[in-house]
Design a protein around this ligand. Sequence first.
Ligand code: ZN
Ligand code: ZN
Length: 310
Amino acid sequence: MKKCTKCGATPVIIHRKASGQILCKECFIESITDKVLKGIRRNKLIEKGDKVAVALSGGKDSVMVLDILNSLYERNIIDLFAITIDEGIEGYREHGVEIAVKNANKLGLDHRIASIKDYFGKTLDEIMTDDCREHGACTYCGVFRRWIINKIAREEGATKIATGHNLDDETQAILMNYLEGNIDNLTRIGAKSEPKSDKFTVKIKPLREIPEKEVALYAIARELDVHFDECPYSRESFRGEVGRFIKELSVNHPTIMFSTLKGFDKIKPAIKKEFSGKKVKIGMCINCGEPASHELCRACLFSKKINNEE
Ligand SMILES: [Zn+2]
Ligand SMILES: [Zn+2]
């Protein structure tokens, strides 16, 4: 029987092929928590006194972020609350919202829940069954969700927004943008956003170096209440295809996601230097007052189109 390479205990719950480590449940939880907190310090994601809003979907990633950041909240290092967006995806979202509520309540945290329909007039399902839609579900969802989260974060005085992006998400984004030639998007990938307007709250990704598999294992080991359902729209996306491709490569090359991320972080300053020529001026959306690079922000532009207001 295999023993934990850290403490010698049995049973073990993980064999990390990339490092050769074999860990029992306690050592695994400790190693993950350590890694996340060290990453937060190294990348200066959080400072003492920050008010952090966790974008809480109820999925394993965001619940794990909430769980780890709660340890900083309990030590009075930060203030913490959660924001949940109800996108209006039948058979998927209700469950997530319910679990998000449970998690926020369990920790005694403030929790704001907002729906895309309340702000923009239609649920994501309604947008997707409309013939005049011009984009994929993830585009509408992303634009509306970011707009609402940013607005609520500002209303609540948050200084940071923490999201659950893990190593798989991050390597997907790097590869996707590289494959599509979106160099401008590449320059924005990182542990911490660098907003062009002070009306945008800084976004941080505490799980950026944690593989998705280990996020799932952490949720199970900590007995967190999470939902593992996959968004019904995620299969349609290019991101999904790229994700499956990297996962397949990881089978025979277990360090591939780590090396993709590390290599990208090394080359990013050079990309930024070379491609920072295009300075977009950020003004104010004439409709909603949120930051925008055109007359209307993207959320208002989409909203007008889906509601046939132009
Ligand atoms: Zn151990
Ligand atoms: Zn607007």
